[in-house]
Ligand binder design. Structure first.
Ligand SMILES: C[S@@+](CC[C@H](N)C(=O)[O-])C[C@H]1O[C@@H](n2cnc3c(N)ncnc32)[C@H](O)[C@@H]1O
Length: 231
């Protein structure tokens, strides 16, 4: 990984914002990911994220923290929060912005326990593929204190396969439709392609049941997106 995501965050933080990140997926064309959005404050966050922050309690883990937006908000509210990310640039930026406890760490290597684990901005993306969901959920469950919770968001992206006559353009039984290849480029450089998983609520709920987690729908967004609480 070249950490172009982290490089972009560092540029923005250091006042060198000249262009946005360009993303595309196996089912969608190029799109801009505006860097200012990755530095959003509470009032700029979608309602779904604000709701997740309101539900956060006890000792919190912000997994895949990016520039640390959610951690900063919680820290300002006096909540103990640890922010982790695989991106070195993201952690550097989180620290520069004032996140006190931030570490470069893969969620699978986290071993402390928490009352709330937050995974936001398509939190299920980190699982990468449907076959890995149980592994990640089992690990996330092991990070919970008694009565702990995981707050995770995703979207049902079935709508992206609809053609103009209302039919689906892909064989929906071929492989799970939420498994995407994700391409990112920044300032003319291409990142190593990644896998990124969107999970519809029913599939997430089923996966949770197989690893002994209760899965509740706590918020529905305006565009097939939702927030789930696992406990
Ligand atoms: C879509 S960004 C979301 C950033 C942030 N949560 C936000 O809402 O602005 C996903 C983040 O997850 C991080 N990430 C991906 N896989 C990870 C893993 N296995 N463990 C920890 N962080 C991971 C990426 O580096 C990236 O910063």
């Amino acid at each position: 990984m070249k950490d172009l995501f982290g490089k972009a965050l560092l540029d923005y933080q250091n006042g060198n914002y000249t262009e946005d990140i360009i993303t595309s997926t196996s089912i969608s064309d190029e799109d801009e990911l505006p860097l200012p959005y990755l530095f959003r404050n509470y009032s700029e966050m979608p309602k779904l994220e604000q709701h997740a922050l309101k539900l956060s309690k006890g000792k919190v883990l912000d997994a895949g923290c990016g520039a640390g937006n959610h951690s900063l908000y919680l820290q300002q509210k006096g909540i103990a929060v640890k922010a982790i990310d695989v991106s070195e640039g993201a952690i550097e930026v989180s620290k520069m912005r004032g996140v006190k406890n931030a570490e470069v760490l893969n969620i699978l290597n986290e071993s402390e326990t928490f009352d709330t684990v937050l995974l936001l901005m398509n939190g299920t993306g980190i699982f990468q593929e449907l076959t890995q969901v149980s592994k990640y959920l089992t690990h996330l469950k092991s990070l919970l204190n008694p009565n702990g919770q995981i707050l995770i968001d995703s979207s049902d992206i079935k709508y992206m396969y609809l053609d103009d006559d209302g039919g689906y353009w892909q064989d929906m039984n071929a492989s799970y439709y939420g498994e995407l290849d994700y391409y990112l480029s920044y300032k003319g450089e291409k990142e190593t392609p990644m896998k990124w998983l969107y999970l519809d609520f029913d599939t997430l709920k089923l996966a949770c049941e197989t690893v002994g987690l209760k899965c509740e729908l706590v918020y529905e967004g305006e565009h097939y997106d939702y927030l789930a609480r696992l406990s």
